[in-house]
Every structure is written in structure tokens, then in C-alpha cells.
Design a protein. Structure first.
Length: 193
């Protein structure tokens, strides 16, 4: 009963999606989970100042019990606030949705990406690129594979494997380096000369 009434209530904040999560139902706005309904309890995601506010209201964190461990996550039980339709309810839910969506956007933004998170890259390649003076994803993409390869070659010597050039190009294009076609490989090599 609580699940259906909370889902009905949340429609006032716009469109959202439902998915099975932690043995309950997760509610998502723009791919960001902001609420969890489990065992007739309603939990909303905390964050920033909302954590303190929810703690002051006596809201307990959600504990997901697995076979051998218990995971405590940043979702707070607001069932008592929802059932009593406390005046703060709208504000709390709106803050939770806004925070969840903004965090999701940040996690997907280039500001949060590391070089090693790009396809074909790993920690060792990230370190090589950084040692060559390229510090972030935006600069890496802006320079392009040929320029990045040239800088890495300057830093590490001319015996750097040409596969690095393909890996950098694949990282920028968002594909595995083995999928780069011969014409593009020749063009990349010409750009390095």
C-alpha cells in the first residue's frame, strides 16, 4: 500500500522510472535513483545538507542485508514523514531528486572522467600521458591522438610502440583500438610525421 501511494505522490515532481533494486523498487529521474521502496518503507537519497536535515528528523539509513554482510547506503527512511504528510515532505523529496540528478550528470561529465576511464586506456597509459604533460580528458581529446602520441614519444623516446597511437585514437573515438581501419591508421601516421 505504501509503495503505490508513494509512487502516486512522486508523480507531482514529473516523469520518473521504476526498477527493481535491493529487493525493492527504485525510483529514477533522468537515470538517477532518488528513492527506494522496500518492505513498505520509503527511503530517499541523501547528500550535501540533506544528510544532516534527515538525521535531525530521526531518519535512519537503509541497510541492505546480504548473506554475509550488511551494506549501509545513503538512503534515509522517511516513511513516518510520508505517512504523516509532514509539511517538509515536498521540500525533502525535491532536494533528493535535484541532488541525485545533479550527481548523475556530474559523474557522466568530462569533469569527472579520468584518462584511464576512456576505452583502451589504463593506469599505466594514463601515467605516460600525464608525464608527457597532458593532465585531463578534455586536453587529451582537444590535442588528438597524433599530438598526444608525439608528446609521449618525445618523453619516452622513439621506440614507443605505434599501437599506442591506435589506442589513443580509439580512446578519443570511444572504440577498441583494434577496430580502427587501415585508412585511419595511415592518416594518423601521416599526422605524426
Amino acid at each position: 500500500m505504501t509503495e503505490q501511494s508513494f509512487i502516486q505522490y512522486v508523480t507531482k515532481f514529473g516523469d520518473f522510472q521504476k526498477r527493481s533494486m535491493f529487493g525493492g523498487t527504485g525510483l529514477f529521474k533522468d537515470d538517477a535513483m532518488f528513492a527506494l521502496i522496500s518492505n513498505e518503507r520509503v527511503f530517499i537519497r541523501g547528500g550535501d545538507n540533506l544528510d544532516e536535515e534527515l538525521c535531525d528528523l530521526g531518519c535512519e539509513k537503509y541497510r541492505h542485508v546480504k548473506k554475509q554482510t550488511t551494506a549501509t547506503v545513503n538512503y534515509y527512511d522517511i516513511t513516518h514523514i510520508f505517512v504523516s504528510r509532514d509539511d517538509m515532505l515536498d521540500s525533502l523529496v525535491k532536494q533528493s531528486i535535484d541532488y541525485s540528478v545533479s550527481q548523475r550528470k556530474f559523474k557522466r561529465s568530462s569533469a569527472n572522467r579520468r584518462l584511464r576511464d576512456l576505452p583502451n586506456m589504463q593506469l599505466t597509459l594514463e601515467r605516460m600521458v600525464k608525464k608527457a604533460g597532458i593532465d585531463d580528458v578534455d586536453e587529451f581529446i582537444e590535442l588528438g591522438a597524433a599530438q598526444v602520441f608525439s608528446r609521449v614519444k618525445q618523453t619516452y623516446g622513439s621506440d614507443v610502440d605505434v599501437k599506442l597511437l591506435w589506442k589513443f585514437a580509439g580512446a578519443i573515438d570511444g572504440i577498441h583500438w583494434k577496430l580502427i581501419q587501415e585508412p585511419q591508421k595511415r592518416q594518423l601516421l601521416d599526422s605524426c610525421a
